[in-house]
Design a protein around this ligand. Structure first.
Ligand code: F6P
Length: 320
């Protein structure tokens, strides 16, 4: 392939910019031309496509968000709309596409691949819920943002002897809640993958209070329930002084951590190598610190992202 495209889609993630930079620089290094598709699949359909040069990706490695902009595009599920996207790419002479995004973006890349257009998926989402990779680009930065918030909330929770419920992102995946809860020393972590028992939570709080501990941090993934509703129920059962913090979209912003920049650089460059070798229809990832790639259809249909159950057990042991 001599001409490739790159787009970012779905919820943005810190590290998408270094991934775009890696795609562009790696491709140009190998004498390929690179085109940026602006605004995700919506921009693809409308033909918002521009050639990128080495300088187009200068000074972005440390920036959050995505210079190519992003969008959610439910209409891309429609086959005719997908064909329109392929026509736009072909009109620019683009022979393959790197798609950086989460599960919805991968579905789009899979659909294009099924229609005979070569795509490579690069996992970019704070949720860490893409099959075929241990980590997604943006997860580490989001985690550090959440931990920073938990640390600050802990200060005030301690001063006031309060229980805090902190709601974090993760509709279907509890990775952010679990990792941040463990790293932030939360007493209780609620994740969509595991049912919780309110009596156990109340009992934990009571035991803590018995040994003189009056503050407590409870991390709730948004997919479990709203932090506000949970706090109301807990208040009725304990009469504790409870406050709620919903961290929301601040978790998606900020300068990518070194970890995310390196991961993005490695995965972006690998995606280009695959297209260069004419190997579309793949999804790249990292497993045991080694770059891997899978058939994108197989990756989505046969592999499942699994939350680390050992980590969840450990969090319970360490928060007695
Ligand atoms: O996929 C990333 C994510 O931030 C999820 O954690 C969250 O549930 C969702 O996106 C929010 O999406 P939106 O920004 O479209 O409201």
């Amino acid at each position: 392939m001599k001409k490739i495209g790159v787009l970012t889609s779905g919820g943005d993630a810190p590290g998408m910019n270094p991934a775009i930079r890696a795609v562009v620089r790696k491709a140009i290094y190998h004498d390929m031309e690179v085109y940026g598709v602006y605004g995700g699949y919506a921009g693809l359909i409308s033909g918002n496509i521009k050639k990128l040069e080495l300088g187009s990706v200068g000074d972005i490695i440390h920036r959050g968000g995505t210079m190519l902009l992003s969008a959610r595009c439910p209409e891309f599920r429609n086959k005719e709309v997908q064909q329109k996207g392929i026509e736009q790419l072909k009109a620019h002479g683009i022979e393959g596409l790197v798609v950086i995004g989460g599960d919805g973006s991968y579905m789009g890349a899979k659909a294009l691949t099924e229609q005979g257009y070569p795509c490579v998926g690069v996992p970019g989402t704070i949720d860490n819920d893409i099959p075929g990779t241990d980590f997604t680009i943006g997860f580490d930065t989001a985690l550090n943002t959440v931990i920073d918030a938990i640390d600050k909330i802990r200060d005030t929770a301690t001063s006031h002897d309060r229980t805090f419920v902190i709601e974090v992102m993760g509709r279907d995946a509890g990775d952010i809640a679990l990792w941040a809860g463990l790293a932030g020393g939360a007493e209780t972590i609620l994740i969509p993958e595991e049912n919780y028992n309110m009596n156990d939570i109340v009992e934990r709080l009571r035991k803590g209070q018995e040994r003189g501990k009056k503050h407590s941090i409870i991390v709730v993934a948004e997919g479990v329930c709203s932090g506000v509703d949970f706090a109301k129920e807990l208040k009725e059962l304990t009469n504790n002084d409870i406050r709620v913090s919903v961290l929301g979209h601040m978790q998606r912003g900020g300068s990518p951590t070194a970890q995310d920049r390196v991961l993005a650089s490695r995965l972006g460059a690998r995606a280009v190598e695959l297209l260069m070798a004419g190997r579309g229809g793949r999804a790249v990832g990292i497993e045991n610190n080694k770059l891997v790639d899978y058939d994108i259809i197989e990756a989505l249909e046969q592999r499942k992202h699994k939350l680390d159950a050992n980590l969840f057990d450990l969090s319970k042991v360490l928060s007695i």
